[in-house]
Write a protein that binds this ligand. Structure first.
Ligand code: HEM
Length: 284
């Protein structure tokens, strides 16, 4: 990712680190690229799961045939408005999970700026729609397993609106540094529900089952993970922006530890969510 005030690696630093270890700024780039690659895989598997579970039934003209039995309310016979809003919530998630990750690829931003702009408009608009319909489903339709367990997700939905507004505003004003910062936060927040699944499944994998979780998603582990699913990636993103501005290789090396932690958690989450949630439903 480019950053106008970022530290440029000097020739002396380069030759020093060539003889010794990988330069921390270079390592920061490798860790970021690795994270984007793992996230891309996880996002596309999630998109495939949503497409197969809800997209195909909706496209074939019978959304009621989608298997929503595992959902909180899912499809309810006779509730036209509720079912319509549920579809408006689920179907855009396919495009969001498929297209959002493209915004992070510097190559596309540089060589296909028109694609970046249109894909960005699509992502921010559908993200906003996802937050609004999600809040409706939770608090108006009553699709929630518990009040306390819904607080983390509700704050996630409200923060999506803030981040989307700021990302869009700074893009229009051509303040690209600020735009990138808020667009990254919007990406993290819009994908908060995806990250929550990653963290929950990774937690189950590490604990070999539930530990501090309840069936109504309001156990201490559930609540912690519901907030961590956006606050932790947002913190790591801020550490990344900070690291890009640092000259001290030691500071960048410390930031790299955070980046490595983020990469390991996301990788574990993608493996666990794919194995436990998405793949069995994709092949079923
Ligand atoms: C914009 C980002 C969002 C995306 C991409 C998204 C995606 C999804 C997906 C794919 C499902 C189906 C779950 C499954 O079968 O595994 C779902 C369900 C649900 N989402 Fe979201 N969601 C988003 C934001 C939100 C927000 C912010 C809220 C609440 C404040 C919310 C509330 C719900 C509820 C209540 C359901 C379950 C409906 C039911 O079971 O009847 N979502 N969401």
């Amino acid at each position: 990712m480019d950053h106008t005030s970022e530290h440029v690696i000097t020739a002396t630093e380069k030759s020093y680190f060539r003889r010794n270890i990988i330069h921390p700024h270079l390592m920061l780039n490798y860790l970021t690229k690795s994270w984007v690659f793992v996230a891309l895989l996880g996002q596309w598997i999630f998109a495939l799961y949503i497409f197969i579970s809800f997209g195909i039934p909706a496209l074939s003209g019978s959304p009621s045939s989608a298997d929503t039995s595992r959902m909180i309310q899912g499809y309810v016979n006779g509730d036209e408005l509720g079912n319509g809003i549920l579809m408006m919530h689920l179907l855009p998630a396919i495009l969001l999970s498929l297209g959002g990750i493209f915004q992070l690829l510097p190559y596309l931003r540089k060589h296909y700026p028109a694609f970046h702009r249109w894909n960005g408009r699509m992502f921010l608009t559908l993200g906003l729609l996802g937050a609004l319909t999600g809040l409706y489903l939770t608090w108006v339709r009553g699709s929630r397993l518990s009040d306390v367990g819904s607080i983390g997700l509700t704050i996630n939905g409200l923060l999506i609106m803030v981040a989307v507004t700021l990302a869009w505003k700074f893009a229009i004003k051509k303040q690209y540094q600020q735009h990138m910062r808020w667009a990254i936060h919007a990406f993290i927040l819009i994908n908060g529900v995806w990250t929550f699944r990653l963290y929950l499944m990774a937690w189950f994998m590490l604990n070999q089952g539930a530990n501090g979780n309840t069936a109504t998603i309001d156990g201490p582990a559930d609540i912690t993970l519901s907030f961590a699913s956006y606050l932790l990636p947002m913190l790591i993103a801020e550490v990344y922006f900070w690291a890009k501005r640092q000259k001290s290789v030691y500071r960048v090396a410390i930031a790299n530890l955070f980046m490595l932690l983020g990469l390991l958690i996301t990788t574990l989450g993608v493996v666990a969510a794919t194995l436990f949630m998405w793949w069995p439903r994709i092949i079923a």
